[in-house]
Design a protein around this ligand. Structure first.
Ligand SMILES: [Zn+2]
Length: 569
């Protein structure tokens, strides 16, 4: 490829809205251009990179025996309504109507397509297992698209779906995929970790996220300082208290707390720590009132709550809800809650603690509230947001928070989709059984963003060679010197012979501009052909990732370049 012809114009400045390195650099270096919020055109450099990542993923998928298909992006609503995801996705899913008024959606993932597909073809236990995958664009109507490719509304994914006879088979298929994922991310050169995760709107039980470490990442994970536990912060569990301390129960007493609806306000007034306060949060779960009890210095993890109340949609109480149930916002306590309110208590509320909580009256609280005597707990659940410094659920060590970009997610779905969609096969004993499914996603466009976050410096991008759009750039520094141009052209032609994808920067630009662009675009290896070098019979090589420079004889340059490239990360 000739730089003079390559469809790219690098930019000195990134748009003001680009807040993070990957967004800034992918725009500046000419990999993508924005069409509208969260939707990008992929220019030749970016698209070549996507294709390279795709090739790595395809090869590893095919090595496991998975077969590639291609499913439609535009989908009928009906199966989504049957699985409950039409409602669960809500406005996150792009929804439209055709001219006949039929409801359609743009696919964010394809379980509702692939499950009936397999049920229509592979109807016997003898056909199983089977794993089908595709690489296709996906859609999600993000409320606030930002961070370039990270929170985009259109993104490229590889999604795979395994179908097995029984749970052990599903687990085996799952393990094969997890290992394949490790190889894919290793080959892409990413710094990543595998963590236990929350199933979100996909559902199912066992699932893992593949997280690329990144300071700007929006996906938080916790890790134990003893190294025995990592989990997505939404999925991280807290160890229930080992022993419940038995304190002497104080009588329930009402106290005036005028104008102090907040936890901290009341704690300050009574000179008690916020952990002595009992938070009573109210939610609506599909039209049914739910009170969540949690220690005053802890936060409710609404993802965990949604999982506990699945499939009911959960939202916080509005002012109207408080009024409709005769409850006083800011002063709600669990004692004397109406019978129709389901009380779900976090494990932090166990035991007699003489809680301070709302008195269900404006400007009043109670002290000495105790579970069992003064209020009931209908269910005990782990609902607490896990944070820095919390104890590890495995060993009791200390948990810390890390930031990452999720680039892959694997799920054991079981019969979450096959049952509602009545997707069954005939088993050996003649009975109809629902398929045991797994699903496996990888975000290709997110891999590009994550790699850009992990591999950059003040000069620009410095890709691992496995995913870089080109392997080398040949930079003739003096276009007015025929000997320089001739030597550069010869080297450029030689690159194909040693199997390297090369660009020659044949633009009539200064050496400074060419060097800056080579650094910005991030070609793994730069071959610099200059006037002085030609006179001395040498060319200069620079490895972008390490910055290391060397000089090789022009004579035998191609062989030396091949050798050096083999050692480039
Ligand atoms: Zn631990």
């Amino acid at each position: 490829m000739r730089m003079s012809k390559l469809f790219v114009r690098t930019l000195r400045e990134a748009p003001a809205e680009a807040e993070i390195a990957s967004h800034r650099l992918l725009i500046r270096a000419g990999y993508v251009r924005k069409l509208m919020a969260g939707v990008y055109t992929w220019l030749p450099l970016g698209f070549r990179m996507l294709r390279k990542i795709e090739a790595i993923i395809r090869k590893e998928m095919e090595a496991t025996g998975a077969q590639e298909i291609r499913m439609p992006i535009i989908l009928p609503a009906e199966p989504w309504k049957i699985t409950g995801r039409w409602q669960a996705y809500g406005e996150q899913m792009f929804k439209l109507k055709d001219r006949a008024g039929r409801e359609l959606g743009l696919g964010p993932t394809q379980e509702e397509v692939v499950t009936p597909l397999v049920a229509g073809e592979f109807t016997s236990y003898r056909d199983l297992p089977v794993n089908l995958f595709q690489v296709e664009w996906k859609y999600r109507d993000e409320l606030r698209p930002r961070f370039g490719l990270l929170r985009a509304r259109e993104f490229l994914m590889k999604d795979a779906y395994s179908f097995d006879r029984h749970a052990q088979g599903m687990a085996a298929s799952y393990d094969v995929m997890v290992e394949a994922y490790r190889r894919m991310f290793d080959r892409c050169g990413l710094d990543y970790l595998v963590v236990e995760a929350d199933p979100g709107t996909i559902g199912g039980d066992v699932n893992h996220e593949f997280m690329a470490r990144a300071e700007v990442g929006e996906d938080l994970y916790v890790y134990c300082d003893k190294g025995d536990y990592t989990a997505d912060v939404e999925a991280a569990s807290l160890r229930p208290p080992d022993a419940i301390p038995q304190t002497e129960l104080e009588p329930l007493r009402e106290i005036a707390t005028p104008g102090r609806p907040g936890i901290q306000d009341v704690a300050d007034l009574l000179d008690r720590p916020p952990s002595d306060m009992l938070k009573c949060m109210l939610y609506d779960a599909g039209g049914h009132p739910v009170a969540v009890l949690i220690e005053g210095d802890r936060e409710v993890n609404e993802t965990k709550l949604a999982r506990v109340l699945w499939p009911e949609p959960v939202r916080m109480f509005t002012d109207q809800d408080f009024a409709a149930h005769g409850l006083v916002k800011g002063y709600v306590g669990p004692q004397g809650l109406p019978e129709d309110v389901t009380v779900i208590a976090d494990h932090s509320v166990r035991g007699g603690k003489n809680w301070i909580t709302g008195a269900n009256k404006v400007d009043n609280h109670v002290t000495g509230a105790n579970v069992g005597r003064d209020f009931r707990a209908d269910r005990w659940e782990d609902l607490s947001q896990v944070g820095e410094g919390d104890p590890c659920p495995r060993c009791g060590g200390t948990l810390h928070i890390g930031r990452s970009i999720v680039v892959g997610h694997t799920y054991q779905l079981g019969t979450r989709y096959s049952k509602p969609l009545k997707a069954t096969f005939v088993d050996e004993d003649g009975t109809e059984q629902p398929y045991q499914m797994g699903c496996y996603g990888i975000g290709l466009t997110r891999i590009v963003a994550a790699a850009a976050e992990q591999f950059n410096d003040e000069g620009g991008l410095r890709w691992p060679k496995a995913i870089a759009p080109f392997d080398v750039v040949v930079v003739p520094t003096n276009m007015d010197q025929p000997a320089v141009v001739e030597a550069a052209e010869r080297l450029y032609a030689d690159m194909a012979g040693i199997g390297l994808d090369a660009v020659i920067d044949d633009r009539d630009a200064t050496a400074g501009v060419k060097f800056a662009d080579a650094d910005l675009i991030g070609y793994p290896l730069q071959i610099v052909v200059g006037k002085r070098g030609i006179e001395a019979g040498t060319v200069d090589l620079k490895v972008r990732s390490t910055g290391s420079r060397s000089q090789v004889p022009l004579e035998d340059a191609a062989r030396a370049i091949a050798e050096l490239f083999a050692s480039v990360p």
